[in-house]
Design a protein around this ligand. Sequence first.
Ligand code: 9G3
Length: 569
Amino acid sequence: MKSSEMFNPTLREVPSEAEIVSHQLLLRGGFIRKTSGGVYSYLPLAFRVLKKIMNIVREEMDRAGGQELLMPIIQPAELWQESGRWDVYGDEMFRLKDRHNRPFALGPTHEEIITTLVNQDVHSYRDIPLLLYQIQNKYRDEIRPRFGLMRGREFIMKDLYSFDMDEEGLDISYKKMYEAYNRIFQRLDLKYRVVEADSGAIGGNESHEFMVLADTGEAEIIYCDNCNYAANVEKAECWVDKLSEDKNALKPLEKVYTPGVRTVEHLMQELNLPVHTIAKTLIYWADGQYIGAVVRGDREVNEVKLKNLLGCNDLVIAEASQVCEALGVSVGSLGPVGAEFKVYADLEIQQMKNFVCGANEDAYHLINVNLGRDFVPEMVADLRNAVKGDRCPVCESMVNTIRGIEVGHIFKLGTKYSQAMKATCLDNNGQERPFVMGCYGIGISRTMAAAVEQNSDEDGIIWPIPIAPYQVIIVPVNAKKNEQMDAALSLYEQLVEKGLEVILDDRDERAGVKFKDADLTGIPVRITIGPKALQDNKVEIKKRWEKEPVLTPIDEAVAKTEDILNLKK
Ligand code: 9G3
């Protein structure tokens, strides 16, 4: 393809609305344009990348026994009412009505559709297992769509659903997908990590996420180099020491006057105590009631763990002013002793002896507080975020943290959907059984963004070779000079003949401008044809991930280029 004929509108300026590097570079490189908040058009270069990602995904899904189909984006409300999820997702669902006023949704995912489909036509264990997948646009009306393709309201997803007769069957399907996903992210040439994950509202009991590693990733990963344990911080269990039996050390409870103290830091100063002697209480509004979560002063409450413990749908941190009004205490003085709300204490609180907390009375705190003696919580459970330096829950050595972008997520669903939707199958004893299901997603458009997030420098994108929109760009320094253009065209034809994807930058622009665009768009191999080298029958070959070009005899350029492109595969 000639640059002069391409629709590849690059930008010199960094677009002001783009907060992260992938969003900036995809806009600047002429890959995407915003059509509406969280809704993007993919321009030709981006679509080439997406097709490469989709092809790798497709090949691996097929290899694992998956069969591709295509389900509708428009989904009737009845199916979601059957599964009980029509009222669960609220405004996150794009809802619409037809001319007869019948309700529909734009598909956010396809569990309901596929379960209905399979139930209609699959009646016997002989037709099981089934692995069905599609690659399609999905719709979720995010409150705050941001980070470009990372959190769009319309995005491309590969979603596969497995149908088995029993848990053993599901285990096999799950393992196939686990392995296929590993092959996919290896083939995409991305640095990634598989982590244990929370299965969230979707239900089910085992789940893994595939994280592309990037410092700017939204997800925090806890991992152990000693035993290979890795988990999303949402899921990562906190290791706790055995409880000490020593009851003698308990000191008498005392109330102390702490006027104006509202924060843990202030309390530490005021009482001259280290943070691990202080407990803080956070009030949440959980499905219509206030509850208190108590954790050590320097810990973060893990809202996923808390939500799972409570088994509630809605969990939001309560507004300070509302707490004050409802409980008659300002938030800085709240505590578990004599509380009017249900108290949930983190495991660490049980280890802490003679700690400090709010007195449930403005301007007072309690000292020498002890769980069991001074208050009995509703439950004691793991409620905090794991942090770097914690003990690994598997092998007890020290864990580390790293950030990542969730690009794949696999779940064992079990019978949650098949039971709700009465989707059953006859087993080999003629017994009716609900399908045992799994679901497996890859964010295709997010994977493209994550690849950029992980692979760029100050000049632009550095596409991994397997997904680069083109593999080679030929840049004649001066397109008006016949010798240069002739050499460029000849090389172009030879490379295309070899099956490579090549851009010829034939534009009447300064060399500097052309180099900048080549770097920005991230084409792996650049071949520069300049007047001086050409006199010696040489060209410059530059790898996008290296700074300096290498002078190469023009008749070796094709072989050299092929070499580079194969080497990194
Ligand atoms: C909804 C809305 C948002 C949602 C869902 C439903 C997330 C929803 C979870 C999944 C699970 C798997 C198949 C591919 C792999 C992931 N957000 N989830 O179910 F109605 Cl508005 O989508 N689905």
